[in-house]
Design a protein around this ligand. Structure first.
Ligand SMILES: [Zn+2]
Length: 205
């Protein structure tokens, strides 16, 4: 039987990671990845979900939803300081959720090499310890160097490398389960190229 990757991509609009449980924010109405994480838990009985948010903006809404909840691990790379202002490295969760929020704020100008280094050094070890049952990507492509809303320097090739890193982590610790949900991305040519590369890597066996 043909081996198929156990993943999916949702080309959703509007994005969701800024939406908090009580109010819309930053183009976002409902927090798609937060809802998906809870759905995985309630419908499929998965216990631990990891959310990897590589959108250039901090996923304040997702962090807020699970800040005191150890059953959802939230990891975010983002330009900092930048909109929406949250996402400092000292924001690590609270109560039972302490240590299950991992923010990696980055100064403007970071590119493929720096991002991949963060994923390989920090994300890999964090999720090796957490052993998630599934990984959800908050897949914002606005850290692309051509994006008008921020100042990062990722390329479509860089996004492919990040996708590959998450897939490898999922294969090792989460039975290969990856759900990717579109977040930001405001240069349409860069967005199209980045999403295409992302999908090609997700489809690799
Ligand atoms: Zn964004």
């Amino acid at each position: 039987m043909e081996k198929r990757a156990d993943n999916a991509f949702c080309a959703v609009r509007p994005p969701g990671h800024h939406a908090e449980s009580g109010h819309a924010m930053g183009f976002c109405l409902f927090n798609n990845v937060a809802i998906a994480a809870r759905y995985f838990q309630k419908r499929y009985g998965l216990e631990r979900i990891a959310i990897v948010d590589w959108d250039v903006h901090h996923g304040n809404g997702t962090q807020h939803a699970f800040y005191d909840d150890p059953t959802v691990f939230f990891f975010s790379t983002h330009q900092y300081p930048w909109y929406p202002g949250t996402g400092g490295a000292d924001e690590r969760g609270e109560g039972k959720g302490e240590g299950y929020t991992l923010n990696v704020p980055l100064s403007a100008g970071m590119g493929d090499k720096e991002y991949l280094d963060v994923f390989n050094r920090i994300l890999r070890s964090a999720l090796k310890a957490y052993r998630p049952d599934a990984i959800i990507i908050s897949a914002g492509f606005d850290a692309h160097r051509d994006d008008p809303l921020a100042g990062m320097n990722l390329t479509a090739e860089g996004y492919k490398a990040l996708t590959r890193a998450v897939k490898e982590i999922a294969a090792e610790h989460a039975q290969g389960r990856v759900l990717s949900c579109l977040e930001g991305g405001y240069n349409l040519a860069a967005l199209a190229a980045s999403v295409e590369g992302h999908l090609r890597v997700l489809q690799e066996a």
